[in-house]
Design a binder for this molecule. Sequence first.
Ligand SMILES: Cc1cc2nc3c(=O)[nH]c(=O)nc-3n(C[C@H](O)[C@H](O)[C@H](O)COP(=O)(O)O)c2cc1C
Length: 354
Amino acid sequence: MPHPHTWSALRARLQHPLIQAPMAGVQDSVLAVAVSQAGALGSLPAALLNAASLDRELHILQRELGPRGLPYNVNFFCHQPPEQDPEREAAWHRALAPYREPWGLGAEPVAPAPQRQPFQAALADVLATHRPPVVSFHFGLPSAALLDRVKGFGSLVMSSATTVDEALWLQAHGADVVIAQGLEAGGHRGHFLRADHDLEGQAPLNRLLPALKAAVSLPIVAAGGLGHAPAVAAALQTGAAAVQVGTAFLLCDEAKTPAVHRQALVRAAASGAAELGPGATALTRLFSGRPARSLFNRLMRELGPMSPLAPAFPLAGGALAVLRARAEAQGLDDFSSRGPRTAGLCRRPQWWGR
Ligand SMILES: Cc1cc2nc3c(=O)[nH]c(=O)nc-3n(C[C@H](O)[C@H](O)[C@H](O)COP(=O)(O)O)c2cc1C
């Protein structure tokens, strides 16, 4: 089956104008396969994969979806890896020491967490073998040379914009589709034209989507806080070509969402925190170094969600990894990023399996 070089060719192969958002750390090809088999676009997050594991996952997608010509998306980050800053890392460790002590972790060396890698030549080499139908990026686009390679595979290229300026930049630099990431979206803010903590100018989806529609000619996919059918319908009526939905998939059996995360989401829903509100979620840079939306937890309350103590992306997560693992083993989410909203959470979205 030929690849969908254009949005309309891809759309013709989807029963539902819905993309399952790639969510690094909480899902793999199992969820992507299930979603694509159900008629929407499943996504494989690759930010935590190396060349070997990416190759394995793409083999699975190709084996399960290829024979039926069902499309799928592979997603990469495009950040600049930071300079090591030992002083800042040491200050972060000192800030975390009081939390580590009760777990007997005070003197232990900090195990490096799996770090998110930007898209690079070794990963493009793997894509060359599989030629995925769709490739999406977060934090901008890769270098022109790498992007040309991806487009040479026949892959449709999508990337997230959080402002009109970013959407125009993506259009000018070769994206085929722009994802409008509203401020209520779970996971990392996808901004790339401003400094990491500068959230100024970012708007909720109901303002971002019409602004992007007016400014760019590319198809726009709406993302952020779309957890039930009326919200999806409103986005489509505003002119979105499709929606990208993340949080609503977190309780699916096919997701790898950890038990404490699932419990936190269910608790938040039961306590009525379903509507986005300052008490329920916040943007925080504690867990990776870049702002991401998470359910409030102990670390966010005590250190402040945007504390400057956390080192640059993606290094902040390293020092937290052991602490998080110990706490999660006891059923505590004190140190875990918990994305974020609860409306519409379900084991199966309404359209699933139709
Ligand atoms: C737990 C989690 C992890 C995420 N990881 C990624 C990722 O790896 N790559 C990416 O492009 N977007 C990622 N996102 C953001 C989504 O692409 C999307 O913008 C967001 O899920 C939409 O908002 P919603 O969660 O309210 O549906 C993630 C979102 C969540 C909730």
